[in-house]
Design a protein around this ligand. Structure first.
Ligand code: SF4
Length: 339
């Protein structure tokens, strides 16, 4: 009996291209670090909110969803920040796109399809490719993949880099097959994260130190300085709302797909499957140490690689989790990134 093909995702292939050892840790040994990355958590909250918004266009429902996704916001500073930002962002998004020219065809659309050898047209017996797109929309009679992104800022560099988003290009190919509709391009729906922080106010000591400094500089020996109080939730929301009134905080970019790119990417994907099979057969997943700090922070497996896979580290700082979690769709549950 032949084994069922392994369900692979583009995240896995992309990681394999970047660092084979990371694929071994994540997809073969199925390890993920305990705790989660805050930025990615915020991204997953916004993805859920956008899904809810585009489903029923009911802002009250979206705001209630944010409340549910940040249940500990009164005690947990990170959740409070996510809650404030998501609330302001989604309120402004609903106003900005109150009249929207896109028509939703599908949301959170999963697909699964063969990986084909471009030389023979035969499907791989070892792997299938699965994935999920944020949505499929119709604009002016043509179909586009909808891709939500939260970004620190949108500038020329950011938009230029969208071209290198191979994942979505190849997903478009699979969506065409799964849904039987031609896909014209990708609609990137970009939401910018405001950098504003809620004012913390001063401690009594900080106030006294500042006051003493002002008095020392004052010619009259007096100062009207008052202790700075923490910014209230209402004040912070008002400041965020003002920021989000700026049209530049939202951007939609349409990219048209090139059929030549499809062909290149499909053949690259096939090459990756062959390299993976070879690595697995020989049990060799080499490290690419040039990738360890690729995202301006250490790779989640840095401690493991540095200690040559110390079992104590695995026990205390990692947990086992099935791969491809990004494919699961659970109501009201934030999805963890695969890596
Ligand atoms: S720490 Fe570096 S070598 Fe190890 S898995 Fe991560 S990127 Fe690869």
């Amino acid at each position: 009996m032949t084994a069922a093909p392994m369900v692979s995702t583009y995240s896995m292939w992309s990681l394999f291209r970047n660092c084979r050892k990371a694929v071994d840790w994540r997809y073969l040994q199925q390890l993920v670090p305990l705790g989660r990355d805050r930025n990615l958590h915020f991204g997953s909250i916004i993805h859920e909110c956008l899904q809810a918004w585009h489903q029923r266009r009911d802002l009250a429902e979206v705001l209630a969803l944010i409340d549910r996704l940040c249940p500990n916001r009164l005690q947990d500073e990170n959740q409070r920040r996510d809650w404030h930002l998501a609330t302001a962002m989604m309120t402004a998004y609903a106003a900005r796109y109150a009249a929207d020219d896109l028509e939703v065809v599908a949301l959170e659309k999963n697909f699964e399809g063969p990986i084909v050898n471009p030389a023979t047209g035969a499907a791989s017996r070892s792997f299938v490719l699965a994935g999920k797109v944020d949505g499929v929309v119709r604009i002016g009679g043509e179909h586009f993949i909808l891709e939500h992104k939260t970004a620190a800022q949108v500038d020329g560099d950011y938009l230029e880099k969208l071209w290198t988003d191979f994942q979505i290009t190849i997903y478009a190919h699979y969506i065409e097959q799964t849904m039987g509709i031609p896909i014209t391009g990708i609609l990137y729906n970009v939401l910018v994260k405001a950098k504003l922080q809620q004012g913390k106010g001063e401690t009594e000591e900080e106030y006294q130190a500042r006051r003493a400094e002002l008095l020392a500089k004052s010619k009259t020996g007096k100062t009207t300085a008052k202790r700075k109080l923490p910014e209230s939730d209402e004040e912070y929301q008002a400041r965020l709302a003002e920021k989000y009134a700026d049209a530049a905080m939202f951007h939609r970019e349409m990219l048209y797909l090139s059929r030549d790119r499809f062909a290149i990417l499909r053949s690259e994907l096939w090459e990756l499957t062959q390299a993976f099979l070879d690595a697995r057969r020989r049990g060799v997943f080499y490290q690419n140490t040039a990738f360890c700090f690729n995202y301006q922070r250490p790779c989640p497996y840095f401690a493991l690689c540095r200690s040559n896979g110390n079992p104590n580290l695995i026990e205390n700082f990692y947990q086992r989790a099935a791969p491809n979690e990004e494919l699961r769709v659970l109501p009201n549950e934030t999805t963890e990134p695969a890596f």
